[in-house]
Design a protein around this ligand. Structure first.
Ligand SMILES: *[C@@H]1O[C@H](CO)[C@@H](O)[C@H](O)[C@H]1NC(C)=O
Ligand SMILES: *[C@@H]1O[C@H](CO)[C@@H](O)[C@H](O)[C@H]1NC(C)=O
Ligand SMILES: *[C@@H]1O[C@H](CO)[C@@H](O)[C@H](O)[C@H]1NC(C)=O
Ligand SMILES: *[C@@H]1O[C@H](CO)[C@@H](O)[C@H](O)[C@H]1NC(C)=O
Ligand SMILES: *[C@@H]1O[C@H](CO)[C@@H](O)[C@H](O)[C@H]1NC(C)=O
Ligand SMILES: *[C@@H]1O[C@H](CO)[C@@H](O)[C@H](O)[C@H]1NC(C)=O
Ligand SMILES: *[C@@H]1O[C@H](CO)[C@@H](O)[C@H](O)[C@H]1NC(C)=O
Length: 577
């Protein structure tokens, strides 16, 4: 059956779609031009990297099942790549995007067309640059409209993107270079933003405030994306209850909450009804996001706000309140509210209906246990080091700090080249067993090993990965993102993972399905994966400072026996190194 999918005008106005309607063939084309653009924020004007001059970038809105082609042209003088975060890329790893993992960068003046099919997922995802710190400004929403009606019956008045970002007054491009050179921590950002707008609590920002007009009695869909680089965030809207219906493009059992916690890399679709009595109030409501703090490192502790304005109330023609008069929403959690962060995560469940079954592997073929550590490397001879104690900061998985090779691992793997650039001997359990969350970090040898190590699994492996935080340098909540697959979070807990005890309390019925898991501070998370997507898949902490320090690894899913179980051949225009 042929069908023309269009997006309603109400949605169009809000989303600034790059293309409005799809052709009846079910395939869509987008053009992305990476270019500099001058913009003003926080009292200064600066050139930032953008796609098509937009900040945030254009929304990719597609229908479940469509073929998507996005031609990315690099119009700047530095290398770039784009990652379609959470898109499973079934057999199309060439279009995944992480530089030096699945592709060489798109060089200045060159183009590369990312081609993939969106299948088996629906909801909110996002895209971002996947090289150096370019994702600070190169990001945007992906919306996948479902083939079947929404599993909730509420009519939706409009969809509202809420994309959190971080803003630096100085050029962000210099941060990773400085970190590589001196092994230091990054400068904290100067502001958080909602859809690129910091809001009135920052200097010179009253005009740069996100305001959404709503009608009394109507229900709205928020498509929430945390595109911040280094900070997990809490978000709430004063006097309105949020209903979570989907996370990382997987439906959830709906639940009501006063606030959410969202890590970098995560997305969530949330409904709310504009149900406040318009005669009783001014009709102006604050929405706010601030960091969930789990770190001793310097971080941006500011708050970004925007507003809901009810139609037909005083608010419609009123100036925004002076910053000192703004009352933050009562339900916005405090930065140290671990209890809220944990209880929010614990409420997430897969929808698990006959139409949307939860396909969590009940048995596994393989378990890989991975420690997550921050490290201190002794300063190499004749170098200046600006990390703690005159050393260099690093970070690792199973004591391996990941170094990006100068080649595309996927390309070399596909061509079966033997390589000295990387190896397949990533340790599948911690090299030493110790009290991971209990050691006195400062008395321990905090040096990691450096290299490019991956592990390989057969096609169709039911894989469990246990992610274990350690107290090296600092206990932290790490958002670990896995490319190429969704996973099921079957268990989380505090302290050291104990296979005998902890497997007993797994949820194998309706665990949440995601692509990014918040590993609890001082604890562990166990995720299960149907490893049925052949290719090379990056796995890393989505706090950019940790990725820069090496908190990453990769795994390879080998081709299966059947033709449809094999990685497709590389596209002709794949960039070369
Ligand atoms: C940004 O502004 C500076 C100073 O006015 C100018 O030199 C530069 O060409 C502008 N960049 C762009 C992309 O317009
Ligand atoms: C970090 O901040 C310091 C102090 O403001 C500044 O001197 C330095 O240039 C900044 N580094 C980068 C890479 O922006
Ligand atoms: C929101 O609710 C609080 C009580 O929880 C109340 O004090 C406040 O006036 C309400 N705000 C508006 C704008 O109605
Ligand atoms: C944020 O950090 C600064 C610098 O450490 C501190 O002075 C300020 O009080 C903090 N603000 C909040 C809201 O915690
Ligand atoms: C360190 O610098 C000194 C003086 O420039 C030089 O003699 C020495 O060879 C250098 N050592 C290394 C390991 O580069
Ligand atoms: C990590 O590797 C380094 C370098 O080989 C070693 O010194 C250190 O003891 C190892 N640490 C752990 C926790 O395995
Ligand atoms: C861009 O990437 C290519 C391929 O890896 C590399 O040779 C080149 O040095 C890079 N250019 C810049 C400006 O980093």
């Amino acid at each position: 059956m042929e069908k023309q999918y269009c997006v309603s005008p109400a949605v169009l106005v809000i989303l600034l779609l790059a293309t409005a309607c799809s052709s009846s063939t079910g395939s869509r084309h987008f053009d992305f031009n990476v270019q500099w653009k001058n913009i003003s924020r926080l009292c200064s004007r600066k050139e930032i990297l953008t796609v098509n001059g937009e900040y945030p970038g254009p929304t990719i809105a597609v229908n479940e099942g469509e073929n998507v082609e996005i031609r990315v042209t690099n119009g700047v003088s530095i290398n770039t790549t784009i990652h379609w975060h959470g898109i499973k890329q079934l057999r199309t790893g060439w279009a995944d995007g992480p530089a030096y993992v699945t592709q060489c960068p798109i060089r200045p003046g060159q183009s590369y067309t990312y081609k993939f099919t969106v299948s088996g997922q629906r909801g909110t995802l996002w895209w971002h640059a996947h090289i150096a710190w370019q994702r600070a400004t190169i990001y945007g929403a992906i919306i996948i409209y479902p083939r079947m009606p929404y599993p909730f019956s509420t009519p939706i008045q409009a969809e509202i993107p809420i994309i959190f970002g971080e803003w630096w007054n100085l050029p962000v491009e210099g941060i990773e270079t400085e970190m590589n050179k001196y092994g230091n921590g990054p400068n904290s950002s100067d502001a958080y933003t909602i859809n690129g707008l910091p809001g009135p609590l920052y200097p010179c920002s009253i005009r740069d405030t996100f305001i959404q007009t709503v009608e009394h009695g109507k229900t709205y869909m928020l498509r929430i994306i945390n595109a911040a680089l280094n900070d997990e965030l809490f978000f709430t809207i004063a006097n309105h209850t949020l209903t979570v219906v989907e996370i990382d493009a997987s439906y959830t059992k709906p639940f009501d909450t006063e606030a959410i916690m969202i890590t970098p890399g995560q997305t969530s679709t949330v409904l709310f009804t504009a149900n406040q009595d318009k005669h009783d109030s001014t009709g102006l409501f604050v929405m706010a996001a601030r960091p969930y703090l789990t770190t001793v490192f310097p971080f941006d502790n500011t708050t970004t706000i925007g507003f809901l304005k009810y139609k037909g109330t005083l608010a419609e023609n009123m100036a925004l309140p002076e910053p000192y008069k703004v009352r933050l929403p009562y339900h916005l959690p405090q930065m140290e509210d671990h209890a809220f962060a944990i209880s929010f995560s614990n409420q997430l469940r897969s929808l698990g209906t006959p139409k949307y079954p939860c396909s969590v592997p009940k048995r596994i073929d393989k378990r890989v246990v991975i420690t997550i550590s921050l490290n201190l490397q002794d300063c190499p001879v004749n170098q200046t080091c600006k990390g703690y104690n005159g050393k260099r900061f690093a970070a690792s998985m199973n004591n391996q700090s990941f170094i990006r090779p100068l080649t595309s691992i996927l390309d070399w793997h596909y061509r079966k080249y033997s390589s000295t650039h990387y190896s397949y001997d990533f340790p599948q359990k911690p090299p030493h067993v110790f009290d991971y969350t209990g050691v006195d970090p400062m008395t321990h040898n905090l040096n990691p090993n450096f290299g490019t190590k991956l592990f390989a699994v057969e096609y169709g492996t039911k894989l469990e990965i246990v992610l274990q935080d350690t107290s090296f340098l600092n206990l932290e909540n790490h958002p670990i993102h896995i490319h190429g697959h969704n996973f099921f979070i079957v268990g989380t807990g505090f302290g050291n993972y104990d296979v005998e005890k902890d497997t007993g309390s797994y949820n194998l019925v309706d665990p949440p399905e995601r692509n990014t898991v918040a590993v609890p501070m001082g604890g562990w998370a166990a995720v299960r994966i149907n490893a049925d997507n052949p290719g090379v898949w990056f796995m890393h902490c989505h706090l950019e400072e940790h990725t820069s320090w090496g908190l990453a690894a990769g795994f390879i899913v080998k081709n299966g026996a059947k033709p449809y179980q094999k990685l497709l051949p590389p596209p002709d225009d794949l960039p070369a190194c």
